[in-house]
Design a protein around this ligand. Structure first.
Ligand SMILES: Nc1ncnc2c1ncn2[C@@H]1O[C@H](COP(=O)(O)OP(=O)(O)OP(=O)(O)O)[C@@H](O)[C@H]1O
Ligand SMILES: [Mg+2]
Length: 222
């Protein structure tokens, strides 16, 4: 199992006082399984991803990622886990503008001390960005940047990819293309994927779709 969430509760304090954002939420994601996460704006999708990434403290419940219980993990363990077991893909790509495409892809692998030149080459080929390797991010289109971001997230061979609205800035054609490549790649490397999206078309490409509402996840029929 790549990810297990058990009875997670999370409260936030906003302008209206305390609010239960996640309520007794449980989820398991198997190796190579691709999950779509939908839900209204403000329902807590990004917060859930941040909790899985160990970027927000767990208040109550447990998250087990690659065999590590996050609620008990030290900052050092969480940081190591993020480097070696997690790939994160954002709506805004977050590429390093001073590094070439090639060095962006290698970046997370080097950080995890797992740089493998042949894997980086294979990822570039699978994502059809070989011709761009010596270019810099600012010279790329949105769809190209997101494919580079996917290669970067995969280069450290993580167990789990988290993607927060990765196609939010792309047109329909590019969205389909990027998501299909992402799923194909996740499957071929046995990497699990939790992908947040507002698009039913994008979610439909996942193995399962969950809706987050009132702090709980419900399986949605495709
Ligand atoms: N650190 C925080 N302190 C207080 N409130 C927060 C904090 N983080 C998030 N929130 C609130 O929690 C709610 C959920 O936010 P979150 O970003 O998880 O929603 P989301 O489902 O990702 O929404 P969107 O689809 O718009 O991205 C929002 O009402 C937000 O204002
Ligand atoms: Mg969000």
């Amino acid at each position: 199992m790549s990810l297990t969430i058990e009875s997670l509760n999370h409260q936030i304090t906003d302008g209206h006082g305390k609010r239960q954002l996640l309520s007794d939420l449980s989820l398991t994601v198997g190796q190579g399984e691709c999950i779509g996460l939908m839900g209204d704006s403000g329902s807590g999708k990004t917060t859930l991803l941040n909790l899985i990434a160990g970027l927000e403290p767990i208040q109550q419940g447990q998250i087990i990622l690659a065999g590590v219980a996050l609620a008990q993990a030290s900052e050092q363990q969480l940081s190591d886990l993020r480097k070696t077991q997690l790939g994160i893909i954002f709506q805004q790509y977050n590429l390093l503008s001073s590094l070439s495409v090639q060095d962006n892809i290698a970046f997370s692998a080097r950080l995890a001390d797992r740089y493998d030149a042949s894997l980086c080459t294979a990822l570039a080929r699978q994502l059809d960005i070989q011709a761009l390797l010596n270019q810099y991010p600012l010279t790329l289109s949105g769809g190209e940047m997101q494919r580079v971001a996917i290669a970067r997230a995969m280069s450290a061979q993580p167990q789990l990819l988290l993607a927060d609205e990765p196609t939010g800035n792309l047109d329909d054609n590019n969205s389909s293309c990027v998501v299909e490549l992402l799923v194909k790649l996740a499957k071929s490397h046995n990497t699990a994927l939790v992908l947040v999206t507002h698009s039913h078309n994008v979610a439909a490409k996942m193995d399962k779709i969950y809706q987050l509402a009132d702090g709980q996840l419900t399986l949605v029929n495709k």
